[in-house]
Design a protein around this ligand. Structure first.
Ligand code: MN
Length: 194
């Protein structure tokens, strides 16, 4: 069995004007697809899950290629699901109460999430995770993913330049603001609470 590129969970123009169909054609159709192709070339036929491959290769210098491609496949699928057309706004229910408990207010959460996403030097990801029952914001470099450490991701924002350069050029803060205000899918965050 080999891994396949999942379809986007929305139409390619669904996130416009914030993230263009042109960006998605490269980001999903080229970047994400290349990680899938590279992973299949490295692992061949396997019945292991993507998560098992990620956890087994994490921290092993001899398996860096497997880890980087497997984690990037997983992270990108999670990122697509972290957004929706007409997203943004404030969460409700258990996500809202978890955010309030951890950060004091939704506005404070947005400020801290944006700061993490903007200050991730170089390529990486910003995440809202649950860690031991507590909501936390974490940032990871390159392909690193919180599922290795046992944290439960709720949402993520890709801050590799390929995620925003066609639409925002160097303005990563504007991209992250658009993600929070117009795209983030709190229904997906709720579903990840289990
Ligand atoms: Mn990406």
């Amino acid at each position: 069995m080999s891994f396949e590129l999942p379809n986007l969970p929305f139409a390619s123009d669904a996130l416009e004007p914030h993230i263009s169909a042109n960006t998605l054609s490269f980001h999903h159709g080229k970047h994400h697809n290349t990680y899938v192709t590279n992973l299949n070339n490295l692992v061949g036929d396997t019945y292991k899950s993507l998560e098992d491959i990620i956890r087994e290769s994490a921290g092993d210098p001899g398996k860096a290629g497997v880890f980087n491609n497997a984690a990037q496949v997983w992270n990108h699928t999670f990122y697509w699901n972290s957004m929706k057309s007409g997203g943004g706004g404030a969460p409700s229910g258990d996500v809202a109460s978890g955010i309030d408990a951890a950060f004091g207010s939704f506005d404070k959460f947005k400020e801290e999430f944006k700061n993490a996403a903007v200050t991730q030097f170089g390529s990486g990801w910003a995440w809202l995770v649950v860690d031991g029952g507590t909501f936390k914001i974490v940032k990871t470099a390159n392909a690193d993913t919180p599922i290795v450490g046992g944290q439960i991701p709720l949402i993520t924002c890709d801050v590799w330049e390929h995620a925003y350069y066609l639409d925002f050029q160097n303005r990563r803060p504007d991209y992250v603001q658009a993600f929070l205000n117009h795209l983030v899918n709190w229904d997906f965050a709720t579903s990840n609470l289990g």
